[in-house]
Design a protein around this ligand. Structure first.
Ligand SMILES: *Cc1c(COP(=O)(O)O)cnc(C)c1O
Length: 359
C-alpha cells in the first residue's frame, strides 16, 4: 500500500516540531478584545488621511529600502537612542528574538530567562536547539537574584532575556538586580522593553556602560501592532553579525512609511499611553475592591489578577463577550490568575461589570 501523507510528513519533518503545540491565537470576532495588550485607541482621522496619501506614493513594484535608513533615523530621534549605538529592525520584536537566538545557537549554548515570563524566549530557544533554563521568580514576582547569579555561574549562558516590565506579571524588576545580572553575565543580556511606554523606565541610556547589553523595543503595544515593527539597539559589534541572520527586506515598505509617519507624531501615541496608565490606576483599585479578586501592581498596559476559580471566571467572561487571557495552568505562580489588557473606559467598565457577576 502507498505510504500515507502523514507517514511521509512524520519521517521527513523534525520530530520536535511535529510534537510542538502551536502558538494559539483565540478567535476574537465580536468580542471585547482585552487579551493581547493592544492599544485600544485607533489613530486620529487626520493622521490616517496623511498615511493614506503617503501610501499612494509607494513604488509597490520595488523592494522596500533594505536598510530601513529613514525609519532608523526617525527611531534614533524619537526613542532617544544613544549616539554611538546601532539599530536593527525586525518584523515585530518576535522576529528579533528569533534572530538573536539563531545567532547565539552554538552547540551547548544555554539561554536563561525567568519564569513566568514571555513564552517566546523558551519557544524560540527550543526551535534552535538552545538549552533553556528558566529561573523561578519569587512569590511577589521579583527576581530571585541569588539563584539567578548561581545559574549564571553554573551554565555560563550565551544569552539572558529579561522582559522589563515582565509579561505576564506586569512588574518591573529591581534595576540594581538587573545590573548585577548584566555584570555577572559572560554573554549577551537582552532587556525586552515591549511595555516601555507604560513604565517609562529604560536601560536605553545605560547601553554605553555595558558591552554585553542590548535593548529591544516594539511599537506593537504602543498602538501599531498591525504593522509589525520591533527594533533592537546596541553596539555595532553585536548588531552587524545578528543582522546577517535577518532575511532581506524583512520590514516591508508599508510598515516603514506608516511607522515613520506615526512616529513623527509620537505625541499622539504617548497621549494614548497616558490614558491607558490612568485607566490602569483606576482598574487596579476597582479590581481590588471586588470581592474575591486580588490585582497585582502593574507597570504595563495590562493587569494580572487572581480569583478563586480562574477557569470558571474566564468562561463566564467569554459568555459576556469579554476576551481576556487565562494563565491558570501555565505556571504554578499563576494558579487561578487571569490577565486583562487595559481597554477604553467603556471596555473596562464592561469588563468590570461582567467580572462582578462572574466571581
Ligand atoms: C508582545 C511582546 C513582544 C512581541 O512584540 P511584537 O513586536 O509584536 O512581536 C515581545 N516581548 C514581550 C515581553 C511582549 O510582551
Amino acid at each position: 500500500m502507498a505510504e500515507s501523507i502523514k507517514d511521509i510528513v512524520s519521517r521527513t519533518l523534525r520530530e520536535d516540531i511535529c510534537a510542538l503545540q502551536p502558538y494559539h491565537v483565540p478567535v476574537s470576532a465580536g468580542m471585547v478584545k482585552l487579551d493581547a495588550m493592544e492599544n485600544p485607541y485607533s489613530l486620529p482621522a487626520w493622521l490616517k488621511t496623511e498615511i493614506v496619501g503617503l501610501l499612494g506614493q509607494i513604488p509597490f513594484n520595488r523592494y522596500p529600502d533594505a536598510g530601513g535608513t529613514r525609519l532608523k533615523d526617525c527611531l534614533r530621534q524619537v526613542m532617544k537612542v544613544p549616539a554611538d549605538m546601532d539599530i536593527l529592525l525586525g518584523n515585530g520584536s518576535d522576529e528579533l528574538i528569533q534572530m538573536i537566538i539563531t545567532a547565539v545557537a552554538r552547540p551547548k549554548a544555554v539561554l536563561i530567562s525567568v519564569e513566568p515570563s514571555f513564552v517566546m524566549y523558551r519557544m524560540i530557544a527550543a526551535l534552535n536547539n538552545v538549552q533553556y533554563v528558566g529561573v523561578r521568580l519569587k512569590e511577589d514576582f521579583s527576581l530571585d537574584i541569588e539563584t539567578l547569579l548561581n545559574r549564571i555561574s553554573l551554565h555560563k549562558p550565551k544569552i539572558i532575556f529579561l522582559s522589563y516590565p515582565n509579561n505576564p506579571t506586569g512588574n518591573l524588576f529591581s534595576e540594581e538586580d538587573v545590573i548585577r545580572i548584566i555584570e555577572a553575565s559572560p554573554g549577551l543580556v537582552v532587556v525586552d522593553e515591549a511595555y516601555h511606554a507604560f513604565a517609562k523606565i529604560s536601560f536605553m541610556d545605560k547601553l554605553p556602560n555595558y558591552p554585553n547589553l542590548l535593548v529591544m523595543r516594539t511599537i506593537s503595544k504602543l498602538g501599531l501592532a498591525g504593522i509589525r515593527l520591533g527594533f533592537l539597539v546596541g553596539s555595532k559589534e553585536w548588531l552587524e553579525h545578528i543582522d546577517k541572520v535577518r532575511l532581506p527586506y524583512n520590514v516591508n515598505s508599508v510598515t516603514q512609511i506608516i511607522a515613520q509617519t506615526v512616529l513623527d507624531h509620537q505625541k499622539v501615541l504617548l497621549e494614548q499611553a497616558e490614558a491607558v496608565i490612568g485607566q490602569r490606576r483606576l482598574m487596579t483599585a476597582l479590581l481590588n475592591k471586588t470581592k474575591g479578586v486580588k490585582a497585582y501592581p502593574s507597570d504595563a498596559n495590562f493587569i494580572l489578577f487572581k480569583v478563586d476559580q480562574a477557569e470558571e471566571v474566564f468562561k463566564k467572561l467569554k459568555e459576556h463577550k469579554i476576551l481576556i487571557k487565562n494563565l491558570h495552568g501555565t505556571h504554578s505562580l499563576l494558579d487561578n490568575c487571569l490577565r486583562v489588557t487595559i481597554g477604553t473606559t467603556e471596555e473596562n467598565q464592561q469588563f468590570l461589570q461582567a467580572l462582578r457577576s462572574s466571581v
